[in-house]
Ligand binder design. Structure first.
Ligand SMILES: Cc1ncc(COP(=O)(O)O)c(C=O)c1O
Length: 415
């Protein structure tokens, strides 16, 4: 999978030895820039814009998010609790399936409770009534599958065949829509405006008859709005016309776009050796710190990388043999070196990089665009330490360590 982010921005000037290693460093100025772009779209289109906590939930910057956006979307009880504790504004909760014991609290905390199937919604009608009788005020939503695939990779495509995410719109009946205040769909991933327009055009005729009874429509996330070449004016015009045509309040809930290119993951080379190509073991682990590098897979961009590896691909692609200039030793600048983590997993490989420095122990490096979907996914597999979390303001150069993790954090997740 090709990632379309990777703009170093102000990190090009950041001295990596100012932080410990490994460490996430988030640039608050870049974050503010992204948030102001999203707020501008929101204001011009007259819609509501939520931040998806699943992508980026560094709650230290919750007040900043709250300055710009209307609230957050959450994926279940724990994110809803985090939202209520730290974030302001609305809370829209969607979960692929709720547990009965979580629902009362979710109803109490959320403004929108969005179900994945009419079946689960119907089973929970008594709990919903009870929550409302107890004073909870929330709308009920239903996630639908528009049956219009725009995804490049099936793993990230909720409209892929047999997808469990959202109720297939061709099965929707009047009975299913009883008590439903809003419809939700989420079908995009790092996409431009056109896929959203096409999705709406495919979906609109299928839901026309229920539009008069709906209060809102939620178009999910996956909109790469803060990427420099995203078609923002077209998005604004589209949202304005859908709002006018349907009379519904519209919601977008981007995650990645909030923190796009706003953070790096700093690491250190621990050791090097040679096995048919130069190898370097680092204190950054793909499996523990950037699992999407394996799962997607994608190849995280490196700060200052001289130029992409010959194939531009991630681990497991046997392109090294095709390298016309095989490197005789792991040292020296500009060599293609395979970087991997300290864990026992043979596949804990980040990728092949033409390093902008000699591959020798102690050297610092950084992967770009790591604020979203990395910090939220870290694990301590193998007892690999969690990266600390730093906040940097590239406008003022203020730098602060927000969180450092220790052995106790590893121990306390186990028993
Ligand atoms: C329901 C829902 N909303 C919003 C998002 C945020 O998407 P993104 O981070 O791609 O903008 C996701 C991501 O998976 C999602 O599943």
């Amino acid at each position: 999978m090709e990632t379309r982010a990777g703009d170093p921005g102000a990190f090009a000037q950041f001295n990596l030895s100012r932080v410990d290693s490994p460490a996430f460093v988030v640039d608050v100025a870049r974050l503010r820039g992204n948030l102001s772009i999203l707020a501008d779209i929101r204001d011009r289109a007259g819609i509501k814009m939520l931040s998806a906590l699943k992508a980026f939930s560094m709650w230290r910057v919750a007040p900043l998010v709250g300055e710009y956006l209307d609230g957050v979307c959450t994926s279940g009880l724990w994110e809803a609790l985090l939202a209520a504790e730290h974030y302001g504004g609305e809370i829209a909760t969607y979960c692929a399936a709720y547990k009965a014991e979580d629902l009362p609290e979710i109803c109490r905390l959320s403004d929108h409770v969005i179900f994945n199937s009419p079946g689960q919604l119907a089973r929970f009608v008594p709990q919903i009534a009870l929550a409302r009788a107890g004073g909870a005020e929330f709308d009920v939503g239903l996630r639908i599958n528009p049956l219009h695939a725009e995804g490049e990779v099936p793993r990230y495509d909720p409209c892929a065949p047999h997808s469990r995410l959202g109720f297939p719109v061709d099965q929707l009946t009047d009975e299913h829509m009883e008590g439903v205040d809003g419809l939700h769909f989420h079908t995009l991933c790092e996409q431009d405006f056109e896929p959203l327009r096409r999705t709406w055009e495919a979906l609109n005729p299928r839901i026309q008859r229920w539009l008069p009874q709906l209060k809102w429509l939620n178009f999910g996330g996956g909109h790469h709005i803060t990427r420099a070449d995203y078609q923002r004016d077209e998005l604004v015009e589209f949202l304005k016309s859908v709002k006018a045509e349907t009379g519904c309040e519209l919601y977008l809930e981007p995650g990645e776009a909030v923190a796009l290119d706003a953070g790096i993951l700093v690491g250190t080379v621990l050791d090097t050796h040679w096995n048919g190509m130069p190898l370097a073991i680092t204190d950054v682990s793909a499996t523990c710190h950037m699992p999407d590098a394996i799962e997607a897979p994608y190849r995280p961009a490196m700060l200052g990388e001289l130029h992409p590896s010959p194939s531009g691909e991630g681990p497991g692609v046997g392109h090294v043999a095709d390298n016309p200039h095989p490197n005789p030793s792991p040292e020296g600048e500009g060599l293609v070196v395979r970087l991997g983590g300290p864990s026992c997993l043979a596949g804990d490989v980040i990728g092949d990089y033409r390093l902008p420095f000699p591959a020798e122990p102690g050297r610092r490096f950084a992967f770009l665009d790591q604020a979203h979907y990395s910090m939220v996914k870290t694990t301590t597999f193998n007892g690999v330490p969690l990266p600390s979390i730093w906040l940097w303001d590239s406008d003022t150069d203020a730098l602060e360590q927000v969180r450092k993790f220790g052995y106790e954090d590893f121990r306390d997740r186990l028993s």
